[in-house]
Design a protein around this ligand. Structure first.
Ligand SMILES: [Zn+2]
Ligand SMILES: [Zn+2]
Length: 672
């Protein structure tokens, strides 16, 4: 008979309900960097078996088979013919069980409306229909049954409630939904196993272990039978992903189980090839840190932070100092080598890989600091008071932009516990969890253009990138200040370089245009090496900051994209790819309007920036009402010419009027 029916029905029978399917339907198996892979769980119901050419076949089905295959009309016919809705089959299973395990929602609704007992207990495992739906990972069915009054806390014959089953089988979305609907995240099953222990033992993907930890699952609880913590179970199962997640959540490696074995001793007893090298190092560190005082001091996070922040200040000064002292170049080289060895030694002992993100900012702060010192000690005497005042005034603007970019809120998407639960319930009950729109780390609904920053571990509205030079994410609220900072930093580097020229001119009698470059450079290097060192740094900064600024402005003004969108546009369905492979942003409004949006200035109503609140916009249709249609590549440049380069555009028009079409076309081609 089975061969005659529509194979798309894919029914599940009693044998299949015990099959373990840890891969899960959730589909959000994150990669190590915190990014989501594609895939989602929608609440789509399988196609009901109302096939055209199989009606005759269904008419011969008994009610159990009709329920399994989703033949709604046949089920209705049999119930209306007097079949007892709560009657059990030979395996002590009700019709509702069969409908639930096969995700036949229409039939479930009908059976319940006809008086089916929602929490009927049946089958070998003494389970409810909800247990069966949970094992199978049918989020939509779980939602439906709970709406109809099913109790998720009931235990099956093995003493597991629904949250234990969802955790065992890796159905993260169901775990999230159950917790949001009030299930205890640390609920113990008959043997004292918590959902976290089951997940650590059975599920090899990152979720739901990480989700349970985000919900506050305890890492120190131990089961009643073996006294194992979740970390013990992860080690026993050689589940490297779970060990990594638990260790990163500071799970204690020293808790002893009933046999007196700690997770650490279990790891050391076994071969450790299955474990990530970094995770193993971290476990060994944690072991040492709980015993060794010296180790604890050298691993103090504050000490490490300030050592890393301070090193660039010291190195900048020492390098300048070595240049300054008058000894043989060979000795200088020897001192530099010694300096390198010492710094390398310090970095081995006191640097923290997890704090490496502070280094670029420390380098910037050190460079700025020594530039100020140099200006005061060397340059101001030769630059004159006016230039010094201008330099200091411009640096005020730089610090204003820098501080707003560094300490300002980039647009963090926040939600309290109640809001997070509400979001989960809403998404589960409406259209399932699409990882593109739900962050399973922050447990928030993701606004359009937002992204989870893996460095800061938070979701940012209109995420641009995480900038190590300002030690913050760049997003909806601080992009303007970041660009302002780049402009000012570029200007200031040029200012310092100009100041150095004043100095070389006044103190060293270097006249660049009248002497050969080699003679000038030689004089600059020997006259005052410290100023030459600072000048070289200013040049370097000016060049790279100008490059960065150019890229940033190109993206914001000409492409209408964030850095993240430019890098990952293929991930976003709302980004269109043109015939020649060029990607068009739906947020591009033309160069002039993009500039107004960036600045967000109204100038007494003369400018009309787009005031979209990127923290609360979830779909493209919710964006600005006066959003322009997509511009073609040539329209983009015309737009740029009209607005950003008005004199050039006007010049080209004038030329067309005066000198004929040919010249105009030549110029236009060049510009395009
Ligand atoms: Zn997030
Ligand atoms: Zn960040």
């Amino acid at each position: 008979m089975a061969g005659e029916v529509d194979p798309s029905c894919n029914p599940v029978d009693l044998m299949a309900q015990d099959s373990c399917n840890p891969s899960g339907l959730y589909g959000v198996e994150r990669e190590a960097d915190g990014e989501e892979s594609s895939g989602s769980v929608q609440n789509a119901e399988p196609t009901p078996a109302t096939g055209r050419n199989t009606d005759a076949d269904y008419s011969t089905f008994d009610i159990v088979k009709a329920t399994q295959y989703g033949a709604f009309e046949r089920c209705k016919e049999l119930i209306e013919g007097g079949y007892d809705i709560n009657k059990r089959d030979n395996e002590n299973v009700t019709l509702l069980h069969w409908a639930a395990i096969n995700n036949r929602r229409e039939i479930v609704r009908y059976y319940i409306s006809q008086g089916a007992v929602v929490d009927a207990i049946g089958g070998e495992l003494m389970s409810t229909p909800m247990h069966w739906a949970t094992r199978q990972g049918h989020l939509g069915m779980v939602v439906l049954l709970m709406r109809e009054g099913a109790d998720s806390s009931l235990r099956d014959g093995e003493g597991c409630s629904c949250i234990h089953l969802a955790a065992q089988f890796g159905h993260t979305a169901i775990v999230a939904y159950l917790v949001a609907r009030g299930a205890n995240v640390n609920l113990m099953d008959k043997n004292g196993m918590t959902p976290l222990m089951w997940s650590a033992y059975r599920v090899t993907s990152l979720d739901p272990t990480r989700l349970l930890l985000t919900f506050g699952a305890s890492t120190s609880m131990a089961d009643r039978l073996h006294g194992n913590t979740a970390l013990h179970w992860a080690v026993i199962a050689k589940n490297h992903m779970a060990v990594s997640v638990l260790v990163n959540h500071s799970a204690n490696v020293d808790i002893a189980n009933a046999q007196g074995e700690s997770a650490y001793s279990l790891i050391m007893k076994r071969k450790t090839q299955w474990l990530d090298k970094k995770v193993l190092e971290k476990i060994q560190e944690m072991q040492k840190s709980s015993r060794n005082i010296c180790y604890r001091i050298s691993n103090d996070k504050t000490l490490r932070y300030w050592t890393m922040m301070g090193t660039p200040f010291l190195v900048f000064y020492l390098v300048g100092l070595v240049f300054q002292i008058s000894i043989l170049y060979l000795f200088k080289l020897a001192i530099f080598t010694a300096l390198y060895v010492i710094i390398y030694g310090i970095s081995r002992i006191l640097y923290d890989e997890r704090l490496m993100t502070v280094m670029p900012m420390a380098v910037y702060l050190a460079t700025k600091f020594w530039c100020y010192v140099t200006w005061v000690l060397y340059i101001h005497e030769y630059s004159g008071l006016g230039v010094t005042v201008l330099f200091m005034a411009s640096s005020l603007l730089l610090w204003y932009n820098f501080l707003r970019a560094w300490w300002g809120d980039p647009g963090v998407i926040t939600a309290d516990q109640a809001q997070k639960y509400q979001t989960i319930i809403e998404l589960a009950e409406r259209d399932g969890f699409d990882p593109q729109w739900f962050c399973s780390t922050c447990l928030v609904r993701r606004p359009i253009r937002s992204k989870h920053c893996s460095v800061c571990n938070r979701c940012i509205a209109k995420f641009d990138h995480h900038c190590p030079w300002v030690g913050n994410c760049i997003g909806a609220n601080n992009l303007k200040y970041f660009i302002g900072y780049l402009i000012m930093l570029c200007g200031m580097s040029c200012f310092v370089l100009q100041g150095c020229f004043y100095y070389w001119n006044g103190a060293c009698n270097v006249v660049f245009l009248k002497q050969s470059i080699w003679t000038s450079l030689k004089t600059v290097g020997t006259c005052e090496p410290w100023v030459a060192w600072v000048g070289a740094n200013a040049t370097l900064h000016a060049v790279w900051v100008a490059t960065l600024l150019g890229c940033q402005l190109y993206q914001v003004l000409i492409l209408g994209m964030t850095t993240n969108e430019r890098m990952n546009c293929y991930r976003y369905k709302h980004f269109q790819v043109g015939k020649k492979g060029e990607v068009r942003s739906p947020f591009h409004r033309g160069v002039w309007r993009n500039l107004q949006d960036l600045l967000n200035w109204q100038c007494l109503g003369l400018l009309k920036p787009d005031r979209t609140d990127w923290l609360h916009i979830y779909t493209l249709s919710e964006t600005s009402e006066d959003k322009q249609p997509l511009l073609s590549q040539s329209e983009m440049y015309q737009d740029l010419l009209r607005h950003a380069l008005p004199p050039l555009w006007a010049g080209a028009h004038l030329l067309r009027q005066r000198s004929g079409l040919k010249e105009f076309q030549a110029i236009s081609q060049k510009l395009n």
